[in-house]
Design a protein around this ligand. Structure first.
Ligand code: PLP
Length: 405
Protein backbone atom coordinates (compact mmCIF):
# COMPACT_ATOMS: atom_id res chain seq x y z
CA UNK A 1 0.00 0.00 0.00
CA UNK A 2 1.24 3.48 -0.88
CA UNK A 3 2.16 5.22 2.37
CA UNK A 4 1.35 8.86 3.04
CA UNK A 5 4.80 10.11 2.01
CA UNK A 6 4.78 8.17 -1.26
CA UNK A 7 1.23 9.36 -2.01
CA UNK A 8 2.34 13.00 -1.71
CA UNK A 9 4.51 12.49 -4.80
CA UNK A 10 1.61 11.09 -6.86
CA UNK A 11 -0.93 12.89 -9.01
CA UNK A 12 -4.38 14.03 -7.97
CA UNK A 13 -6.29 11.23 -9.63
CA UNK A 14 -4.21 8.60 -7.81
CA UNK A 15 -4.54 10.39 -4.48
CA UNK A 16 -8.31 10.62 -5.03
CA UNK A 17 -8.46 6.81 -5.11
CA UNK A 18 -5.93 5.88 -2.40
CA UNK A 19 -5.27 8.71 0.05
CA UNK A 20 -6.63 8.28 3.56
CA UNK A 21 -7.43 4.55 3.27
CA UNK A 22 -7.31 2.83 6.68
CA UNK A 23 -7.79 -0.91 6.48
CA UNK A 24 -9.20 -2.91 9.36
CA UNK A 25 -7.83 -6.28 10.45
CA UNK A 26 -9.96 -7.88 7.69
CA UNK A 27 -8.02 -6.27 4.85
CA UNK A 28 -11.13 -5.11 2.98
CA UNK A 29 -10.58 -3.60 -0.50
CA UNK A 30 -13.35 -1.02 -0.34
CA UNK A 31 -13.30 1.28 2.65
CA UNK A 32 -15.51 0.23 5.56
CA UNK A 33 -18.31 2.21 7.15
CA UNK A 34 -17.80 2.35 10.89
CA UNK A 35 -21.39 3.10 11.82
CA UNK A 36 -20.81 3.46 15.53
CA UNK A 37 -21.40 6.23 18.04
CA UNK A 38 -18.66 5.22 20.45
CA UNK A 39 -15.54 3.13 20.94
CA UNK A 40 -14.56 0.65 23.65
CA UNK A 41 -11.41 0.59 25.79
CA UNK A 42 -9.51 -2.47 26.99
CA UNK A 43 -9.36 -1.08 30.50
CA UNK A 44 -10.24 1.90 32.63
CA UNK A 45 -6.61 2.96 32.38
CA UNK A 46 -6.76 2.83 28.57
CA UNK A 47 -9.88 5.03 28.61
CA UNK A 48 -8.13 7.51 30.87
CA UNK A 49 -5.02 7.54 28.65
CA UNK A 50 -7.09 8.23 25.52
CA UNK A 51 -8.79 11.19 27.17
CA UNK A 52 -5.38 12.59 28.13
CA UNK A 53 -3.98 12.26 24.62
CA UNK A 54 -5.62 10.79 21.57
CA UNK A 55 -3.43 8.88 19.08
CA UNK A 56 -3.75 9.04 15.27
CA UNK A 57 -5.77 5.79 15.05
CA UNK A 58 -7.77 6.28 18.23
CA UNK A 59 -11.31 7.55 18.61
CA UNK A 60 -13.52 8.50 21.54
CA UNK A 61 -16.96 9.48 20.31
CA UNK A 62 -18.62 10.15 16.97
CA UNK A 63 -18.98 13.87 17.57
CA UNK A 64 -15.17 14.10 17.90
CA UNK A 65 -14.15 11.77 15.11
CA UNK A 66 -14.72 8.40 13.44
CA UNK A 67 -12.51 6.15 11.27
CA UNK A 68 -14.69 6.52 8.15
CA UNK A 69 -14.93 10.27 8.63
CA UNK A 70 -11.15 10.39 9.15
CA UNK A 71 -10.63 8.56 5.83
CA UNK A 72 -12.73 11.18 4.08
CA UNK A 73 -10.87 14.01 5.83
CA UNK A 74 -7.45 12.60 4.96
CA UNK A 75 -8.41 11.98 1.33
CA UNK A 76 -9.85 15.44 0.70
CA UNK A 77 -6.89 17.03 2.55
CA UNK A 78 -4.56 15.16 0.21
CA UNK A 79 -6.49 16.33 -2.87
CA UNK A 80 -6.54 19.93 -1.69
CA UNK A 81 -2.90 19.92 -0.57
CA UNK A 82 -3.95 20.92 2.95
CA UNK A 83 -2.25 19.83 6.18
CA UNK A 84 -5.53 18.80 7.76
CA UNK A 85 -9.31 18.77 7.42
CA UNK A 86 -12.45 18.56 9.57
CA UNK A 87 -15.65 17.15 8.04
CA UNK A 88 -19.02 18.64 8.94
CA UNK A 89 -22.70 17.78 8.65
CA UNK A 90 -23.27 20.28 5.82
CA UNK A 91 -21.54 23.02 3.88
CA UNK A 92 -23.16 25.61 6.12
CA UNK A 93 -21.88 23.88 9.28
CA UNK A 94 -18.42 24.21 7.70
CA UNK A 95 -18.79 27.91 6.82
CA UNK A 96 -20.20 28.69 10.26
CA UNK A 97 -17.45 26.81 12.13
CA UNK A 98 -14.64 28.19 9.95
CA UNK A 99 -15.67 31.72 10.94
CA UNK A 100 -17.17 31.44 14.43
CA UNK A 101 -14.39 29.22 15.81
CA UNK A 102 -11.78 31.93 15.19
CA UNK A 103 -13.67 35.18 15.83
CA UNK A 104 -14.59 37.08 18.97
CA UNK A 105 -16.40 40.31 19.82
CA UNK A 106 -14.57 43.37 18.51
CA UNK A 107 -13.04 41.55 15.53
CA UNK A 108 -13.51 42.80 11.97
CA UNK A 109 -14.28 40.71 8.89
CA UNK A 110 -14.31 41.76 5.23
CA UNK A 111 -16.46 39.73 2.85
CA UNK A 112 -17.47 39.84 -0.78
CA UNK A 113 -21.09 40.88 -1.24
CA UNK A 114 -21.96 38.24 -3.85
CA UNK A 115 -22.47 35.22 -1.59
CA UNK A 116 -24.61 32.13 -1.16
CA UNK A 117 -27.68 33.25 0.84
CA UNK A 118 -26.92 31.27 4.00
CA UNK A 119 -23.31 32.53 4.05
CA UNK A 120 -24.69 36.05 3.91
CA UNK A 121 -26.96 35.21 6.86
CA UNK A 122 -24.00 34.06 8.98
CA UNK A 123 -22.00 37.19 8.19
CA UNK A 124 -24.85 39.70 8.39
CA UNK A 125 -27.07 38.26 11.09
CA UNK A 126 -25.05 35.86 13.26
CA UNK A 127 -21.56 37.36 13.54
CA UNK A 128 -22.80 40.91 14.04
CA UNK A 129 -25.13 39.75 16.85
CA UNK A 130 -22.01 38.74 18.82
CA UNK A 131 -20.11 41.96 18.24
CA UNK A 132 -18.13 41.14 15.12
CA UNK A 133 -18.05 43.97 12.60
CA UNK A 134 -18.50 42.91 8.98
CA UNK A 135 -17.74 45.05 5.92
CA UNK A 136 -18.97 44.02 2.48
CA UNK A 137 -17.16 44.81 -0.77
CA UNK A 138 -17.54 44.14 -4.47
CA UNK A 139 -15.26 41.10 -4.53
CA UNK A 140 -13.98 41.82 -8.03
CA UNK A 141 -12.79 45.34 -7.11
CA UNK A 142 -9.35 45.19 -5.46
CA UNK A 143 -9.53 48.87 -4.50
CA UNK A 144 -12.58 48.09 -2.35
CA UNK A 145 -10.79 45.21 -0.62
CA UNK A 146 -7.79 47.47 0.00
CA UNK A 147 -9.98 50.21 1.47
CA UNK A 148 -11.92 47.82 3.72
CA UNK A 149 -9.07 45.65 5.08
CA UNK A 150 -7.44 47.37 8.07
CA UNK A 151 -5.41 46.55 11.18
CA UNK A 152 -7.86 44.55 13.31
CA UNK A 153 -9.31 42.73 10.32
CA UNK A 154 -9.13 39.10 11.44
CA UNK A 155 -10.61 37.33 8.42
CA UNK A 156 -11.64 37.85 4.82
CA UNK A 157 -14.31 35.60 3.31
CA UNK A 158 -15.40 35.10 -0.29
CA UNK A 159 -16.51 32.58 -2.88
CA UNK A 160 -13.73 32.08 -5.41
CA UNK A 161 -16.42 32.07 -8.12
CA UNK A 162 -19.62 33.72 -7.02
CA UNK A 163 -23.11 32.29 -7.06
CA UNK A 164 -25.02 32.71 -9.34
CA UNK A 165 -23.31 35.27 -11.60
CA UNK A 166 -19.92 33.51 -11.75
CA UNK A 167 -17.69 36.46 -10.93
CA UNK A 168 -14.07 35.40 -10.42
CA UNK A 169 -12.17 36.80 -7.44
CA UNK A 170 -8.40 37.26 -7.54
CA UNK A 171 -7.35 34.94 -4.70
CA UNK A 172 -3.65 35.86 -4.76
CA UNK A 173 -4.26 39.62 -4.74
CA UNK A 174 -6.89 39.55 -1.98
CA UNK A 175 -4.66 37.19 0.07
CA UNK A 176 -1.73 39.61 -0.19
CA UNK A 177 -3.90 42.49 1.12
CA UNK A 178 -5.29 40.31 3.94
CA UNK A 179 -1.91 38.91 4.99
CA UNK A 180 -0.45 42.42 5.22
CA UNK A 181 -2.64 42.92 8.34
CA UNK A 182 -2.43 39.30 9.52
CA UNK A 183 -5.99 38.38 8.50
CA UNK A 184 -6.95 34.78 7.70
CA UNK A 185 -8.19 34.18 4.13
CA UNK A 186 -11.19 31.83 4.08
CA UNK A 187 -12.47 30.75 0.65
CA UNK A 188 -15.78 29.03 -0.05
CA UNK A 189 -14.57 27.02 -3.03
CA UNK A 190 -17.71 25.13 -4.09
CA UNK A 191 -17.90 26.46 -7.64
CA UNK A 192 -14.18 25.92 -8.37
CA UNK A 193 -14.35 22.32 -6.99
CA UNK A 194 -11.37 20.54 -5.35
CA UNK A 195 -10.22 19.60 -8.87
CA UNK A 196 -9.55 22.80 -10.81
CA UNK A 197 -7.83 25.21 -8.48
CA UNK A 198 -4.85 25.20 -6.09
CA UNK A 199 -6.59 27.57 -3.72
CA UNK A 200 -4.08 27.24 -0.86
CA UNK A 201 -1.19 27.57 -3.33
CA UNK A 202 -2.70 30.85 -4.55
CA UNK A 203 -2.48 32.21 -1.00
CA UNK A 204 -5.69 31.27 0.82
CA UNK A 205 -5.33 29.93 4.36
CA UNK A 206 -8.57 28.03 4.67
CA UNK A 207 -10.77 26.32 2.07
CA UNK A 208 -14.37 25.38 2.79
CA UNK A 209 -16.59 23.08 0.73
CA UNK A 210 -20.17 22.09 0.68
CA UNK A 211 -19.46 18.41 -0.06
CA UNK A 212 -23.16 18.20 -0.92
CA UNK A 213 -22.26 19.54 -4.37
CA UNK A 214 -19.51 18.12 -6.65
CA UNK A 215 -17.90 15.98 -3.95
CA UNK A 216 -20.96 13.78 -3.48
CA UNK A 217 -21.79 14.63 -7.07
CA UNK A 218 -24.82 12.38 -7.21
CA UNK A 219 -27.33 14.28 -5.12
CA UNK A 220 -27.48 11.98 -2.08
CA UNK A 221 -25.93 13.30 1.13
CA UNK A 222 -25.34 16.61 2.84
CA UNK A 223 -21.81 17.29 3.99
CA UNK A 224 -19.09 19.87 4.33
CA UNK A 225 -15.41 20.15 5.07
CA UNK A 226 -12.94 22.75 6.36
CA UNK A 227 -9.33 22.50 5.17
CA UNK A 228 -6.30 24.37 6.51
CA UNK A 229 -3.17 24.18 8.63
CA UNK A 230 -2.86 21.54 11.34
CA UNK A 231 -2.88 24.29 13.95
CA UNK A 232 -6.08 25.93 12.66
CA UNK A 233 -7.95 22.63 12.19
CA UNK A 234 -6.91 20.95 15.46
CA UNK A 235 -6.52 23.92 17.82
CA UNK A 236 -9.21 26.31 16.53
CA UNK A 237 -11.87 24.43 14.53
CA UNK A 238 -11.89 21.04 16.27
CA UNK A 239 -12.58 22.28 19.83
CA UNK A 240 -15.47 24.39 18.49
CA UNK A 241 -16.99 21.63 16.35
CA UNK A 242 -16.57 18.76 18.76
CA UNK A 243 -18.42 20.65 21.46
CA UNK A 244 -21.12 22.21 19.26
CA UNK A 245 -22.08 19.09 17.28
CA UNK A 246 -21.50 19.81 13.61
CA UNK A 247 -19.92 16.40 12.88
CA UNK A 248 -20.44 14.53 9.60
CA UNK A 249 -22.22 11.17 9.92
CA UNK A 250 -20.08 8.08 9.15
CA UNK A 251 -22.58 6.99 6.50
CA UNK A 252 -22.37 10.32 4.69
CA UNK A 253 -18.57 10.28 5.07
CA UNK A 254 -18.47 6.87 3.40
CA UNK A 255 -20.57 8.11 0.47
CA UNK A 256 -18.35 11.19 0.13
CA UNK A 257 -15.16 9.11 0.47
CA UNK A 258 -16.19 6.77 -2.37
CA UNK A 259 -17.30 9.78 -4.42
CA UNK A 260 -13.84 11.31 -4.14
CA UNK A 261 -12.54 8.36 -6.18
CA UNK A 262 -14.43 9.73 -9.21
CA UNK A 263 -14.52 13.48 -8.44
CA UNK A 264 -11.68 14.27 -10.86
CA UNK A 265 -13.25 12.35 -13.74
CA UNK A 266 -16.72 13.70 -13.09
CA UNK A 267 -15.73 17.34 -12.73
CA UNK A 268 -13.54 17.23 -15.83
CA UNK A 269 -16.31 15.64 -17.89
CA UNK A 270 -18.83 18.17 -16.56
CA UNK A 271 -16.51 21.12 -17.24
CA UNK A 272 -15.80 19.88 -20.77
CA UNK A 273 -19.54 19.64 -21.40
CA UNK A 274 -20.12 23.06 -19.83
CA UNK A 275 -17.57 24.59 -22.19
CA UNK A 276 -19.21 23.00 -25.23
CA UNK A 277 -22.68 23.99 -24.07
CA UNK A 278 -21.69 27.60 -23.27
CA UNK A 279 -20.03 27.89 -26.69
CA UNK A 280 -23.16 26.57 -28.41
CA UNK A 281 -25.49 28.78 -26.35
CA UNK A 282 -23.60 31.92 -27.45
CA UNK A 283 -24.81 31.27 -30.99
CA UNK A 284 -28.49 30.70 -30.09
CA UNK A 285 -31.24 33.32 -30.28
CA UNK A 286 -33.37 34.05 -27.20
CA UNK A 287 -30.50 34.67 -24.80
CA UNK A 288 -29.28 38.16 -23.97
CA UNK A 289 -26.21 36.89 -22.11
CA UNK A 290 -24.17 33.75 -21.58
CA UNK A 291 -21.90 33.93 -18.53
CA UNK A 292 -19.18 31.27 -18.43
CA UNK A 293 -15.66 31.91 -17.08
CA UNK A 294 -14.19 29.64 -19.75
CA UNK A 295 -15.38 31.87 -22.61
CA UNK A 296 -13.40 34.91 -23.81
CA UNK A 297 -16.63 36.94 -23.48
CA UNK A 298 -16.50 36.57 -19.67
CA UNK A 299 -15.26 39.79 -18.00
CA UNK A 300 -12.77 37.83 -15.82
CA UNK A 301 -11.78 35.25 -18.41
CA UNK A 302 -8.02 35.88 -18.10
CA UNK A 303 -8.12 35.60 -14.32
CA UNK A 304 -10.26 32.45 -14.54
CA UNK A 305 -7.69 30.90 -16.89
CA UNK A 306 -4.82 31.82 -14.59
CA UNK A 307 -6.52 30.53 -11.44
CA UNK A 308 -8.46 27.54 -12.69
CA UNK A 309 -7.66 25.06 -15.40
CA UNK A 310 -11.15 25.25 -16.85
CA UNK A 311 -14.25 27.42 -16.78
CA UNK A 312 -15.91 25.06 -14.29
CA UNK A 313 -19.20 23.20 -14.41
CA UNK A 314 -21.64 26.10 -13.99
CA UNK A 315 -23.13 28.46 -16.58
CA UNK A 316 -25.38 31.48 -16.02
CA UNK A 317 -27.76 32.56 -18.79
CA UNK A 318 -29.94 35.56 -19.24
CA UNK A 319 -33.10 34.72 -21.12
CA UNK A 320 -34.38 37.63 -23.23
CA UNK A 321 -37.91 38.53 -22.12
CA UNK A 322 -37.48 38.46 -18.33
CA UNK A 323 -39.12 36.12 -15.84
CA UNK A 324 -41.99 34.99 -18.10
CA UNK A 325 -39.59 33.89 -20.81
CA UNK A 326 -37.23 32.31 -18.24
CA UNK A 327 -40.11 30.32 -16.74
CA UNK A 328 -41.29 29.18 -20.20
CA UNK A 329 -37.69 28.09 -20.92
CA UNK A 330 -37.41 26.09 -17.67
CA UNK A 331 -40.82 24.49 -18.13
CA UNK A 332 -39.99 23.37 -21.69
CA UNK A 333 -36.81 21.49 -20.72
CA UNK A 334 -37.07 17.71 -20.92
CA UNK A 335 -33.67 16.49 -19.69
CA UNK A 336 -32.42 19.34 -17.52
CA UNK A 337 -34.33 19.27 -14.23
CA UNK A 338 -35.59 22.22 -12.22
CA UNK A 339 -34.02 22.20 -8.75
CA UNK A 340 -31.99 24.50 -6.55
CA UNK A 341 -29.00 22.19 -6.07
CA UNK A 342 -25.82 21.99 -8.17
CA UNK A 343 -22.81 19.81 -8.88
CA UNK A 344 -25.00 16.76 -9.56
CA UNK A 345 -24.63 14.06 -12.25
CA UNK A 346 -28.03 15.29 -13.42
CA UNK A 347 -28.07 18.70 -15.09
CA UNK A 348 -30.01 21.14 -12.93
CA UNK A 349 -31.46 24.54 -13.69
CA UNK A 350 -32.44 27.24 -11.19
CA UNK A 351 -34.18 30.61 -11.40
CA UNK A 352 -32.26 32.41 -8.61
CA UNK A 353 -34.46 35.55 -8.37
CA UNK A 354 -37.52 33.52 -7.29
CA UNK A 355 -35.78 30.72 -5.34
CA UNK A 356 -32.24 30.81 -3.93
CA UNK A 357 -32.05 34.61 -3.89
CA UNK A 358 -35.73 35.36 -3.20
CA UNK A 359 -34.86 36.65 0.29
CA UNK A 360 -32.91 39.62 -1.16
CA UNK A 361 -34.58 42.90 -2.06
CA UNK A 362 -35.08 43.73 -5.74
CA UNK A 363 -32.41 46.41 -5.30
CA UNK A 364 -29.87 43.96 -3.81
CA UNK A 365 -30.56 41.50 -6.61
CA UNK A 366 -30.06 44.21 -9.19
CA UNK A 367 -26.73 45.15 -7.59
CA UNK A 368 -25.62 41.51 -7.89
CA UNK A 369 -26.80 41.16 -11.49
CA UNK A 370 -29.55 38.70 -10.57
CA UNK A 371 -32.12 39.82 -13.09
CA UNK A 372 -35.56 38.28 -13.66
CA UNK A 373 -34.28 36.61 -16.82
CA UNK A 374 -31.19 35.06 -15.19
CA UNK A 375 -31.02 31.28 -14.85
CA UNK A 376 -28.21 29.15 -13.44
CA UNK A 377 -27.32 25.88 -15.12
CA UNK A 378 -25.34 23.16 -13.37
CA UNK A 379 -24.02 20.87 -16.10
CA UNK A 380 -24.25 17.15 -15.32
CA UNK A 381 -22.86 13.99 -16.82
CA UNK A 382 -25.37 13.52 -19.65
CA UNK A 383 -24.14 13.61 -23.25
CA UNK A 384 -23.49 17.29 -24.01
CA UNK A 385 -25.10 17.01 -27.46
CA UNK A 386 -28.35 15.86 -25.86
CA UNK A 387 -28.15 18.77 -23.42
CA UNK A 388 -27.53 21.29 -26.21
CA UNK A 389 -30.53 19.92 -28.12
CA UNK A 390 -32.72 20.11 -25.00
CA UNK A 391 -31.65 23.70 -24.17
CA UNK A 392 -32.02 24.81 -27.76
CA UNK A 393 -35.52 23.31 -28.15
CA UNK A 394 -36.62 24.89 -24.85
CA UNK A 395 -35.31 28.31 -25.94
CA UNK A 396 -37.33 27.97 -29.16
CA UNK A 397 -40.43 27.05 -27.16
CA UNK A 398 -39.89 30.01 -24.82
CA UNK A 399 -39.75 32.40 -27.79
CA UNK A 400 -42.74 30.84 -29.55
CA UNK A 401 -44.69 31.14 -26.31
CA UNK A 402 -44.03 34.87 -26.36
CA UNK A 403 -45.16 35.18 -30.00
CA UNK A 404 -48.38 33.27 -29.26
CA UNK A 405 -49.18 35.22 -26.06
C1 PLP B 1 -24.53 24.86 -1.30
C2 PLP B 1 -23.56 25.87 -0.89
C3 PLP B 1 -23.29 26.09 0.47
C4 PLP B 1 -24.02 25.37 1.57
O1 PLP B 1 -23.83 23.99 1.55
P1 PLP B 1 -24.87 22.95 2.22
O2 PLP B 1 -24.18 21.65 2.08
O3 PLP B 1 -26.15 23.06 1.46
O4 PLP B 1 -25.04 23.36 3.64
C5 PLP B 1 -22.35 27.07 0.79
N1 PLP B 1 -21.71 27.77 -0.17
C6 PLP B 1 -21.94 27.56 -1.48
C7 PLP B 1 -21.19 28.36 -2.49
C8 PLP B 1 -22.86 26.61 -1.89
O5 PLP B 1 -23.09 26.42 -3.21
Amino acid sequence: MADANHLKTLRKRTRAVHAGTRRSQYGEVSEAIFLTQGFVYDSAEAAEARFVEIGPDEFIYGRYGNPTVAMFEDRIASLEGAEDAFATASGMAAVNAALVSMLRAGDHVVAARALFGSCLYILEEVLTRYGVEVSFVDGTDLAQWEAAIRPGTKAVFFESISNPTLEVIDIAAVSRLAHAVGALVIVDNVFATPVFQDTLGLGADVVVYSATKHIDGQGRCLGGVILGSKHYIRKVVEPYLKHTGGAMSPFNAWVMLKSLETVELRCRAQADSAHRIATALETLPGLSRVIYPGLPSHPHHALARAQMETGGTMIALEVAGGQDAAFRFLNALKIVTISNNLGDAKSIITHPATTTHQRLTEEQREGLGITRGLVRLSVGLEDPEDLIADLSAALDAAQKGAAGA
